[in-house]
Design a protein around this ligand. Structure first.
Ligand code: ZN
Length: 182
C-alpha cells in the first residue's frame, strides 16, 4: 500500500508558485505589525499567518509589555491563527515574519505544522534558520518546512536598527541629564 503513494508529503496545498509580489505584500503587512510593537517600546518584529491567500493570524513582539518571555511575534501570530481556525495544526499555512526566528519560534513553527516560513532580515545573534544554527534541517524533525529569507530584508532590518539607535540615544540623553551635563 505504501508503495502506491506518490508525492509523499504533499498535502494538496503547498504554495510552490507563490510569487515575489505575494511574499512582499504579506511581509509589508508584517512590517506594519512590527510598527505597532515599536509604538509600545518593544523590539519591532511582526508576523502574520496566511492560508489560501487570507490572513488567519497576526502578532507583534510583546514580551516586555506582556511580562511574557514567549510573546514573540511568531508565537502570538500562531496562537491567534490556531484559535481562529479552531485547530492547533496549521498545515498549508505560511508564516511571514520580519526577522529570522529564534530557536523557540522555529520549534513552534514545526509544532504548528506550518508549511512555509518566510522571513525578512537575518538575526546573526539568535536566528535559528540560517544564522546560529539550521534548525529546520535537523534530521529528527518529522515535518518539512519550506523556508525563504531575505524578503524586504532592508526594510525589516532598518526598522530594528532605527529602534535600537533611538534607544541608545535616549539612554545617552538620560545619562547626560543625570550627570548634570547640559
Ligand atoms: Zn522567537
Amino acid at each position: 500500500m505504501a508503495s502506491s503513494i506518490t508525492g509523499c508529503g504533499a498535502l494538496g496545498n503547498m504554495p510552490d508558485q507563490v510569487d515575489e509580489l505575494t511574499d512582499s505584500y504579506w511581509m509589508n503587512r508584517a512590517l506594519g505589525l512590527a510598527g505597532l510593537a515599536r509604538q509600545i517600546g518593544e523590539v519591532p518584529v511582526g508576523a502574520v499567518v496566511v492560508l489560501d491567500g487570507r490572513e488567519i493570524g497576526a502578532g507583534f513582539n510583546a514580551s516586555i509589555s506582556g511580562c511574557d518571555p514567549t510573546a514573540h511575534a511568531e508565537i502570538r501570530a500562531l496562537r491567534d491563527a490556531a484559535a481562529r481556525v479552531g485547530n492547533y495544526r496549521l498545515s498549508g499555512a505560511t508564516l511571514y515574519v520580519t526577522l529570522e526566528p529564534c530557536t523557540m519560534c522555529v520549534g513552534a513553527v514545526v509544532h504548528s505544522r506550518i508549511s512555509r516560513l518566510v522571513y525578512g532580515a537575518t538575526e546573526p545573534k539568535a536566528g535559528a534558520v540560517e544564522s546560529i544554527r539550521q534548525s529546520l534541517q535537523e534530521s529528527h524533525l518529522n515535518w518539512q518546512v519550506e523556508s525563504k529569507g531575505g524578503v524586504l530584508a532592508d526594510q525589516c532590518s532598518t526598522i530594528i536598527r532605527e529602534f535600537f539607535s533611538a534607544r541608545r540615544a535616549q539612554i545617552r540623553r538620560r545619562r547626560q541629564a543625570q550627570t548634570g551635563k547640559e
